[in-house]
Design a binder for this molecule. Structure first.
Ligand code: FUB
Length: 639
């Protein structure tokens, strides 16, 4: 089935998109430590800001925010939880609040953070405590004694013991005492790690094995990979196992990560300088899936822009974050990377956006922010959107039909003509349609006893019977004789005489009860396909009956009934056949016309039968005069 795309300009207000990579869109977020507390994921990153003068070209980190998410897709910023000015022992102007961690123990949340002690050129690690994961956190008066270094990470073991790891002349570790703020054992260099610069330790336990993971510069003049060692003991000795992630392809020197299991799936949180391509000390947190091999080793993670989680297509999908072998991804505005990206697709290229959930509902509209110099055509899971030439970015809407997307879990956008830039896409379902009411976008309830033909003379008020199911696979069978036979067959009592009321039912075939609905179509074409969907009936292989009554205050002389339908139809006035539209038809206004008619003053019944196999059923009907002008001086009434 080929849908028809209607394109109209829309002015949509800009809003926050869902979080593909990077996951936080309005600030830099480095060194992301993720923890799960009470089923919710909390993210404790550090916060890069553009460097103050004395730190030009270096890290500049004044405070910490905490973020949380229930689905790894939408993130809530709970605001600042600790500022450098709040740390009693810290230099309030050092901007040295590097990679933190947070763990829960006995109902308290312990936040570990590096900072520069006042008057010293080194780093200490402080602890701030809260009753809730999002704070408020109160920093302790002094840093952890005997610990000099950065990037603290705490492992709370199954036996209740806790261990702290940090970076300072290699990776070190020690047991914490029960206060969670003092070392219970002397710091020890972790043995068994590879040569080369290392920092940012993150330790976790899985299936009885300890994993110590860390950023590692494996090559001379290289940048950081993520690597790991394993052990049977929390403080080693360790055995080197290999890489978790290779160097960033864009040259970002640091990487820093955390690894967490959420509902049985493992994830890696890490960073890259997505929003700061020219300065790699302004970084952004990302997430990807992480898998273990059967022997417990970690499979190499290839960073993606798509990230993790299931996206809601009824919210904006940053289609440029999809997977594309050929499409070129560019910043929307090179001077303002926080504006995000777009993807350029040439004819024959495509982008796939995996893990979308339409919830089994067929969207009725597709909206895309696009630009194309010469005009282009895209196919979205086979649904066509023709885009006219647009020099500037525009938001376009295309009406879509059918259920092609309802069960899709990957959105595939392919360019089949021209070249197109796509920023985002969003789908809309007609909420009233979902609710199954006929008082919505395509139909409203008729108001009062009378309605008028519209300005073009179209009759919008009808009683429509829920469609009768027919086993029709093709519309080529709709010859005049076929139609006369099918429409002449008695499907229900009063087929040619009944003027129904809203909700009245008729019995069709063997005990199938179908209801009549009184509707006012919101457009001049009566969208029977939508009507069928809204009434919960089949939309293909269907026979519709429609009736309306007109009241002529004076005679309508030499008028013609002009109708169009998808697919074939037959029309009667006061029980007399006046028009047949046979064959496999598309709906075109005035597609067929009756002979000249004169309608006497008073009431007349117009009845239509529309039959369709695999197409989108609809019809339109009006009276026109001898010059083809619409006839409008009559009333359409309830009975
Ligand atoms: O964010 C500042 C430092 O950069 C971190 O502490 C290191 O791990 C590196 O990511």
């Amino acid at each position: 089935m080929q849908p028809k795309a209607i394109i109209a300009a829309l002015a949509l207000a800009s809003g926050l998109a869902q979080a593909q990579n990077p996951i936080i869109h309005d600030q830099f977020t480095a060194d992301p430590t993720a923890r799960v507390f009470d089923g919710r994921v909390y993210l404790y990153p550090s916060h890069d800001i553009p460097p103050v003068e004395k730190l030009e070209g270096w890290f500049c980190m004044p405070d910490y925010h905490v973020f949380s998410s229930a689905d790894l897709v939408r993130w809530t910023d709970h605001g600042v939880i600790l500022r450098q000015e709040d740390v009693p022992w810290g230099d309030p102007e050092a901007y040295s609040m590097w990679a933190p961690d947070c763990v829960e123990r006995g109902g308290k949340y312990y936040f570990y953070f590096p900072d520069a002690p006042r008057g010293q050129k080194s780093f200490g690690v402080g602890v701030a405590v809260a009753d809730k994961p999002e704070g408020p956190f109160t920093p302790m008066d002094k840093p952890i004694e005997g610990l000099m270094g950065i990037d603290p990470c705490v492992l709370v073991d199954d036996d209740g013991k806790s261990y702290i790891y940090w970076a300072g002349m290699g990776i070190r570790g020690a047991e914490l005492d029960s206060t969670m703020a003092a070392l219970a054992t002397p710091p020890a260099v972790m043995e068994g790690l590879p040569e080369g610069f290392k920092e940012g330790p993150f330790a976790f336990k899985r299936q009885g094995k300890y994993y110590l993971t860390f950023p590692w510069v494996r090559k001379k003049n290289g940048t950081e990979t993520l690597a790991y060692v394993m052990s049977d003991n929390p403080l080693g000795p360790w055995e080197f196992k290999g890489l978790i992630m290779e160097e960033h392809p864009n040259g970002c020197w640091t990487n820093h990560h955390s690894i967490v299991e959420i509902d049985g799936q493992w994830y890696i949180f890490y960073h890259r300088n997505d929003y700061s391509p020219k300065f790699d000390k302004s970084r952004s947190a990302r997430i990807d899936y992480l898998e273990f091999e059967p022997d417990g080793t970690i499979a190499l993670v290839k960073p993606t822009n798509r990230g993790v989680g299931v996206a809601d297509p009824y919210d904006r999908l940053q289609i440029d974050r999809g997977v594309s072998a050929e499409g070129k991804v560019e910043y929307l505005d090179k001077d303002n990377p926080f504006d995000g990206w777009y993807i350029r697709l040439k004819k024959g290229e495509k982008v796939e956006f995996p893990r979308v959930n339409f919830g089994g509902c067929a969207p009725s509209n597709m909206v895309a922010r696009v630009r194309t110099k010469e005009g282009a055509r895209i196919k979205v899971n086979g649904l066509t959107m023709d885009v006219p030439k647009l020099e500037e970015w525009r938001t376009l809407r295309a009406e879509i039909f059918g259920r092609a997307l309802a069960d899709a879990d990957t959105l595939t956008v392919a360019c089949t003509r021209g070249t197109i830039d796509i920023d985002w896409m969003q789908f809309f379902r007609d909420e009233t349609e979902q609710a199954g009411t006929l008082n919505g976008v395509y139909f409203t309830a008729p108001q009062g006893f009378f309605s008028l033909p519209d300005r073009q003379g179209f009759i919008r008020r009808w009683h429509v019977l829920e469609p009768i199911s027919m086993n029709i696979r093709t519309n080529v069978i709709f010859t005049d004789s076929y139609l006369r036979e099918v429409f002449g067959h008695s499907h229900f009592g009063g087929q040619q005489t009944l003027i129904p009321t809203d909700g009245q039912t008729v019995e069709v075939g063997d005990s199938v009860q179908l209801a009549w609905h009184s509707v006012e179509s919101t457009g001049s074409n009566v969208q029977l396909y939508r009507f069928a969907g809204l009434t919960g009936r089949p939309v293909y292989g269907v026979l519709f009956w429609a009736v309306t009554v007109i009241d002529c205050p004076e005679a309508l002389e030499n008028v013609r009934l002009a109708a169009g339908s998808n697919s074939a139809s037959m029309w009667w006035i006061d029980g007399e056949e006046v028009l047949i539209l046979s064959g496999d038809r598309r709906m075109v206004m005035d597609d067929g016309m009756s002979a000249r008619l004169t309608l006497t003053p008073g009431r007349h019944t117009i009845r239509a039968a529309v039959i369709n196999g695999p197409g989108m059923s609809n019809f339109c009907a009006r009276f026109i005069d001898e010059n083809g002008a619409p006839v409008t001086h009559y009333l359409i009434c309830e009975q």
